[in-house]
Design a protein around this ligand. Structure first.
Ligand code: PMP
Length: 419
């Protein structure tokens, strides 16, 4: 039934399209944790715009802020001009996010996407240090432009784009070896060894939980050891919180779990709140060595996104309720996934907060589970180096009943595939 509906996509849209192949239907509407297809079938969304919809689709609080703003002829496109909407976002970000955490960051609007934020972070690190090379990690994902791609540790994603533009050296992510000490002894040795081929790096870029890389978790002690090493060696630490920020793992910033303060932080996806493109790059005040216009872009002033971002921060981050609920619901997913891994050989699980992965031995099995789930009305996506991990990123606002509904579908699909 979907073939006819999707013809124009196959005919006109490039072969590069991806999610449309995983979910071969035409979606029309969405509300809360649900998407509805053109033919009227409802799908529970355990993917939430790849982490861009932490507050759900068409969140009513954000929607009314947006509608009011548009109806009042508020500025839509504002370059980087001072606007009332930007002022309110900056004030709110300081009051609800930075001040309560004792963070003294400056805020850059690097362009509309997560990739733009990563590019700004890499460029700033190079400008501040006068050094060029970057340390990244195995299985990292940081974006699709040539700079961000250079620090992405996934050969499939890099294959299409040729030689990295930035000199980047991948180091093993946490759990590659057994212990924290071994990892960092190795790292230190390489840094000291003139024959290692590693130029003195400007920065290390890391995700605290690798989303695209397959829900790989960096332990707090590993992150602390990394932060210490960076400090000792005068290397800037960039935490890419594009996917794990805005409460995905519980706290607003994913690095809070380790008690570290990165030099530079990237945010995007759910910072706009309503699914509107917005990105921020945060950096320690003394790192603001940018001259006016040195990193610009036409779409740095997405004022409607400022408005929804402000409304989301005010509504969801005035207290720790969202954080507690995220951790509680994450634990609920973990229970189901632990049961599945007890029941079936070759199935395991890992996660933090509301990013949870069900890990299969082969990508065929993970993909079969997602395909069966889709038939039953659930969107779940795979991630990992060979797409062997079913990754759940439900809206943080998902209800308990919705969560149960989705977990039942996944449990049944897993049982079928592993039988
Ligand atoms: N960094 C991380 C950690 C991401 O997960 C992503 C997107 N999946 C990006 C950067 C790139 O963001 P965008 O797709 O908005 O450019």
């Amino acid at each position: 039934s979907t073939a006819g509906e999707t013809d124009i996509f196959a005919h006109l849209e490039s072969e590069v399209r991806s999610y449309s192949r995983t979910w071969p239907t035409v979606f029309e509407k969405a509300s809360g944790s649900w998407l509805r297809s053109e033919s009227g079938k409802d799908y529970l969304d355990f993917f939430a715009g790849a982490g861009a919809l932490n507050y759900g689709h068409n969140n009513p609080i954000l929607k009314s802020a947006l509608v009011d703003y548009i109806m009042s002829d508020g500025i839509t496109h504002g370059l980087d001009m001072n606007t009332v909407a930007k002022r309110e976002l900056l004030e709110t970000f300081e009051e609800y996010v930075l001040a309560p955490r004792g963070l003294d960051y400056k805020v850059q609007f690097p362009g509309p996407t997560g990739t733009n934020s990563v590019e700004a972070a890499l460029k700033l690190a190079r400008k501040v240090t006068g050094r060029e090379s970057i340390i990244n990690f195995t299985n990292a994902f940081h974006g699709m432009t040539l700079g961000a791609l250079s620090v992405t540790g996934n050969s499939m994603k890099r294959a299409g784009a040729g030689v990295p533009l930035v000199h980047a050296t991948p180091m093993p992510f946490d759990n590659y070896f057994n212990g924290v000490t071994e990892d960092f002894q190795w790292f230190s040795r390489v840094l000291d060894d003139a024959g290692s081929g590693l130029n003195r790096p400007a920065a290390v870029i890391v995700e605290t939980v690798q989303g695209e890389g397959g829900v790989n978790i960096a332990r707090p002690e590993w992150l602390r050891a990394l932060a210490d090493l960076c400090k000792e060696r005068d290397i800037l630490l960039i935490v890419d919180d594009v996917q794990m920020g805005c409460g995905r793992t519980g706290p607003f910033f994913s690095f809070e779990v380790a008690g570290i303060t990165p030099d530079i932080v990237t945010l995007s996806k759910s910072i706009g709140g309503y699914g509107l493109p917005l990105a921020l790059t945060l950096f320690k005040r003394e790192l603001d060595v940018w001259g006016p216009g040195e990193h610009n872009g036409t779409f740095r002033g997405n004022n409607p996104a400022f408005v929804t971002a402000t409304a989301a921060l005010k509504h969801y981050w005035a207290d720790d309720k969202l954080q507690r609920e995220t951790l509680r619901k994450g634990e609920r997913i973990r229970q189901t996934f632990m049961n599945l891994s007890d029941m079936f050989d070759g199935v395991s699980t890992r996660g933090r907060g509301l990013v949870q992965g069900l890990v299969f031995e082969t990508h065929e099995n993970a993909q079969k589970v997602c395909a069966l789930a889709f038939e039953e009305g659930l969107l779940a996506e795979t991630s990992g180096p060979s797409d062997e991990v079913v990754k759940l990123l439900p809206p943080l606002t998902i209800s308990d009943d919705e969560l149960e509904f989705g977990l039942n579908i996944l449990a049944e699909a897993t049982a079928k595939v592993q039988a």
